[in-house]
Design a protein around this ligand. Structure first.
Ligand SMILES: Nc1ncnc2c1ncn2[C@@H]1O[C@H](COP(=O)(O)OP(=O)(O)OP(=O)(O)O)[C@@H](O)[C@H]1O
Length: 254
């Protein structure tokens, strides 16, 4: 379970104070796939980064896997963070390390002995279907293959949660579908809770069960999707714009 309570984030810019996330509360139940959608600049990525305390809120609390991240010292936060994998739009792979080397990074940081590391790397690459690319460098891979390496790296520490920041936004539709299949495989096989920030409605439709809509730093709507079907329990929030809900629930009246 991921619980955000009355979370706000303020950036101090030369032009003044800017509130990127404003008093957001939401819960992501364990074992679900949750989408965060909304226009550019709405605060989606900032919200996601607060879920693993890469960014700390100025107000409010973030509780992940029963630990209140906002109340922990940084050293303990780092330990909890090992249970939370993350992938990005631009993959963030190390170009000077092979595919294996990239997947090995979190295991090296965790101090895993070499033999265990090699076994785990092989296991993760097999899981994402890239065992045959182990010795190649990222530059020789397609976008979809790079994202698979990033997923394998995120899985290496056996996380309970996977945070995905626009994971398919650099990919064509066919590759997007393949990556979503991999994420579904992660969810179904490993029971990992997944949170996806995206602006692609098809991504939400294909794999999300819960949806949060953000606009101008605020959570303006939240509802559930019954696996691609326009039938679900919904919980409206005052002041939302119905457009995302209508788009995803097929014109449901609120
Ligand atoms: N480190 C930072 N310093 C200052 N302002 C920031 C910082 N990070 C984000 N912002 C600002 O906060 C607002 C929200 O940014 P965020 O990236 O969370 O939005 P988003 O909804 O993910 O947008 P996009 O879909 O374009 O990625 C934006 O106006 C952005 O410029």
């Amino acid at each position: 379970m991921i619980t955000l309570e009355h979370v706000s984030k303020i950036y101090h810019l030369p032009s003044g104070r800017f509130e990127a996330v404003r008093n957001v509360s939401l819960q992501v139940p364990q074992g679900t796939i949750h989408g965060i959608i909304g226009p550019s600049g709405a605060g989606k990525s900032t919200l996601l980064r607060m879920m693993n305390a890469l960014e700390l809120p100025d107000q409010g609390t973030v509780t992940v896997l029963g630990r209140e991240l906002t109340a922990l010292p940084e050293t303990t936060r780092r330990e909890v963070r090992r249970s939370i994998g993350m992938i990005f739009q631009q993959f963030h792979l190390l170009n000077n390390r092979t595919v294996s080397g990239n997947v090995s990074v979190p295991l090296e940081l965790a101090g895993l002995p070499r033999r265990e590391r090699l076994n785990r790397v092989r296991e993760c690459l097999r899981f994402v279907g890239l065992e045959d690319k182990a010795g190649q460098y990222p530059a020789s891979l397609s976008g979809g293959q790079k994202q698979r390496v990033a997923i394998a790296r995120a899985l290496a520490s056996r996380p309970d949660i996977l945070l995905c920041d626009e994971p398919t936004s650099s990919l064509d539709p066919k590759t997007t579908a393949e990556i979503l299949e991999v994420l579904l495989h992660v969810h179904r096989t490993l029971g990992v809770t997944i949170v996806i920030v995206t602006h692609e409605m098809d991504v939400v439709r294909s794999i999300c069960q819960g949806v949060s809509v953000m606009e101008d730093g605020r959570l303006t709507d939240a509802f559930t999707l019954e696996r691609n079907e326009a039938e679900a329990g919904t919980s409206g929030i005052a002041g939302y714009s119905a457009s995302y809900r209508e788009l995803l629930l097929g014109g449901t009246e609120v």
